[in-house]
Design a protein around this ligand. Structure first.
Ligand SMILES: [Zn+2]
Length: 101
């Protein structure tokens, strides 16, 4: 049994229309679209490590393979940002020293 998106009535999985409100039954789209594309998860995790970590926590139990990709790229992304921030700090230190001397 699933719940009608519009009125909340219980509907059979195979029913095309809600018996209560008559609307077409909208089923949740299978999540495998993204799941079958680990590249997308890797990309999200890399550029948004915090989001990648959340994805890791969300998928840890249900999709261990996907969670592994997320945490892996979260770590890569974090290292990447740390390096970039480190270089920026060095860059500004260099500029400050140039100005002061
Ligand atoms: Zn309904």
């Amino acid at each position: 049994m699933i719940e009608c998106k519009y009125c909340g009535a219980r509907i059979h999985e195979d029913d095309e229309f809600c018996a209560s409100c008559g609307r077409a039954v909208e089923r949740a789209k299978p999540k495998k679209d993204l799941g079958e594309n680990p590249f997308v998860f890797g990309l999200i995790s890399f550029f948004m490590p915090l989001f990648g970590f959340i994805l890791y926590l969300l998928n840890k139990r249900t999709e261990p393979g996907r969670a592994k990709i997320c945490i892996k790229w979260t770590i890569f992304g974090t290292i990447f940002y740390l390096v970039v921030i480190g270089l920026l700090i060095l860059f500004y230190l260099f500029i400050i020293i140039e100005i002061l001397t």
